[in-house]
Design a protein around this ligand. Structure first.
Ligand SMILES: Nc1ncnc2c1ncn2[C@@H]1O[C@H](COP(=O)(O)OP(=O)(O)OP(=O)(O)O)[C@@H](O)[C@H]1O
Ligand SMILES: [Mg+2]
Length: 594
């Protein structure tokens, strides 16, 4: 556990070690006063003559060590926290880097709640490990060991008596661990489920409001919150009695030492001064021992969370190399591509998964041509687009650009080649201008505005209070679907990559805007290799080739006329598309007539 965390500490590893040393010195200072207390008690018991100086020196030493303890403890904490928070920072950046390189499916499968928990809560646990459990745990364990050795040197019989209560406390502690760890898995699963459900519930608030709160979503929310409560209480319930027991037994180091030690003195087996020393030392042991053990008690939880972190950090990334793009030209080819959204089971080899959604699609898209992907909803059009931009690894076959497999270049190199406008757009909660600039971070304001103009954004910018500097809202929720689409298009226009993938890029637009947009698109895609996905077939009639997808199979490929003649699936799509266009026109005319 520790070694895997320390991998991310880097140069701060030394600071963590230094904090352990400083903390150890601090704890030694915290128990040192008990020695001077012993000297005073011993002098009193043996009625040795004590001058004012003798008392003053000891009192000053007690106070001095107290202050020193405070200073060293604070310094130790300062060092351990600095090291811990830098390690946390490294861990968060590493996790972000790893997630970025993983298939989108892995992220979607985990859920936003779990990912947020990994990034925030689980990584914060490392703070407990590095800033507290490690330095304080180490120092607080080392000191009792030193004191016990000193006790043995002073009087082994009395030292054994001091140790006698320890096994009882440890048995109670062991029992607590056993019960605690047996329930921990269920507790964390319940916590993760609740996290995901809460995030989903908040994201789906619109649906929840439209339907009623007794809906499925609310019921799941209710069930998961309740089951989290039940699992937590069940977990605590089995732990509490044992916790109470060890908490009361462990600090009582003098449990046997005081009565039996007194008997030993009366029997002449031990010296009264040795008894005084052992009792004073026992008093100094209780607090560090409890602290050390309380850190030990957090270790199973830490271990569990760090394992979850490690699993996320070590998950299989997307296949890529560090090679630059070196394809010959920008022709795109899908070669017998198979794909399933669920990750293949280990050892399943190349056998197609039962939930495969793309079944051996082979498609050649010449450089500088426009290819349209059409097909019924769910036929796999968007999936092919996502596979080309390498959101996922294909489960069979290959996708090449200019002959180079997209898995044999870096994700950045691939990214430079493609402008992708997704079917669902996400905008960051920054200004609209900055959202467009993401397409080409080095672009000037004038270049960004020029792209915005081409994508018909300026028209709605003028209606917004701060124009292009209006914040997009959380996920772009302050904009309409069509407006979000135009921002995404502007992003793609600004990026100006040689390959363009447009997934229903104008689906939310009204006919007037769509027409203007199509003109803009026509200008932007000039000379580029283009894949356009559309439901309104009229907009892609002029494409160089139209590929018809049918339930994940490629049914046919050809021009509009060729397909109308020979492809039944295309004819059905065309008739349906024309009918809905006619319906749109009739509806619009009806509206105008009023
Ligand atoms: N993230 C996902 N996880 C699991 N299955 C998915 C996921 N996304 C899509 N699918 C499934 O893959 C199949 C193809 O989906 P895809 O989104 O490619 O269809 P499409 O042709 O783009 O449909 P539409 O025209 O409605 O956008 C569908 O059966 C869909 O249910
Ligand atoms: Mg789609």
């Amino acid at each position: 556990m520790l070694s895997s965390v320390m991998r991310y500490a880097g140069a701060w590893k030394k600071t963590t070690l230094l904090s352990m040393l400083v903390m150890l010195l601090g704890i030694v200072c915290s128990v040192a006063p008990y020695w001077f207390v012993y000297e005073l008690v011993r002098a009193l018991l043996l009625r040795e003559p004590m001058g004012a100086q003798f008392i003053a020196v000891r009192a000053a030493a007690i106070a001095g060590f107290g202050v020193l303890y405070g200073v060293l403890y604070v310094k130790g904490l300062d060092l351990s926290h600095r090291a811990a928070y830098h390690t946390l920072e490294n861990l968060r950046f590493s996790l972000q880097g790893k997630l970025e390189k993983q298939p989108l499916g892995v992220i979607q499968e985990k859920g936003t709640g779990t990912i947020k928990k990994l990034f925030v809560d689980d990584i914060d646990t490392v703070e407990l490990l590095l800033a507290h459990a490690l330095p304080e745990g180490f120092a607080n364990t080392a000191v009792p060991v030193i004191i016990y050795i000193a006790m043995f040197i002073a009087d082994w019989k009395l030292a054994l008596l001091s140790l006698a209560s320890l096994p009882l406390g440890l048995i109670a502690m062991g029992a607590m661990y056993k019960c605690g760890t047996s329930k921990m898995g269920e507790y964390y699963t319940a916590a993760q489920k609740m996290n995901n459900t809460i995030v989903e519930y908040i994201n789906g608030m619109e649906v929840v409001k439209v339907f009623n709160r007794d809906g499925e979503s609310y019921r799941r929310f209710e069930t998961d919150v309740r089951s989290y409560r039940d699992f937590t209480l069940a977990w605590y319930k089995v732990c509490w009695p044992w916790m109470a027991l060890y908490n009361s037994i462990l600090p009582c180091v003098a449990l046997f030492t005081l009565p039996l030690g007194a008997l030993f003195v009366l029997l002449g087996w031990s010296q009264v001064s040795a008894l005084a020393l052992v009792l004073c030392m026992s008093a100094g042991i209780g607090v560090p021992l409890m602290r050390a053990l309380s850190f030990v008690s957090t270790l199973p939880q830490l271990d569990y969370k760090i394992k979850a972190l490690e699993a996320a950090l070590d998950a299989e990334p997307l296949k890529e190399t560090s090679a630059p793009f070196c394809g010959k030209g920008r022709e795109v080819s899908f070669e017998n591509v198979r794909f399933s959204y669920s990750s293949p089971a280990p050892g399943s080899g190349t056998a197609p998964a039962s939930d495969e959604v793309i079944h051996g699609v082979s498609l050649h898209i010449p450089e500088g041509s426009v290819t349209a992907l059409v097909g019924e909803s769910g036929s796999g059009k968007s999936t092919l687009g996502k596979l080309l931009v390498h959101f996922y690894d294909v489960t069979g076959g290959a996708i090449r650009i200019g002959g180079q497999d997209i898995r044999e270049m870096s994700l950045e190199a691939l990214n430079d080649q493609i402008s992708y406008v997704a079917q669902e757009q996400f905008l960051f909660n920054t200004t609209l201008l900055e959202n467009i600039r993401l397409g080409h971070p080095g672009a000037t304001d004038a270049e960004v505005m020029a792209a915005a103009e081409k994508a018909q954004c300026t028209e709605f910018f003028s209606r917004l209070p701060q124009g292009a500097n209006t914040p997009a809202g959380d996920g772009g929720k302050q904009l309409s679907g069509g407006e979000r689409q135009r921002i995404s298009l502007a992003r793609a226009i600004l990026k100006n990559a040689p390959i363009v993938v447009l997934d229903e890029a104008t689906a939310f637009m009204d006919p007037e805007n769509e027409e203007k947009m199509n003109e803009a698109i026509a200008e932007v895609i000039e000379g580029k290799t283009v894949i356009v996905i559309a439901h309104r077939l009229r907009s892609i009639m002029g494409a160089d080739q139209i590929c018809v997808l049918d339930k994940g199979f490629l049914a046919d490929c050809g021009t509009h006329e060729e397909l109308l003649e020979r492809c039944r699936a295309y004819k059905t799509l065309w008739t349906a598309s024309e009918r809905s266009a006619e319906w749109g026109v009739t509806a619009a005319e009806g509206g105008d007539g009023k």
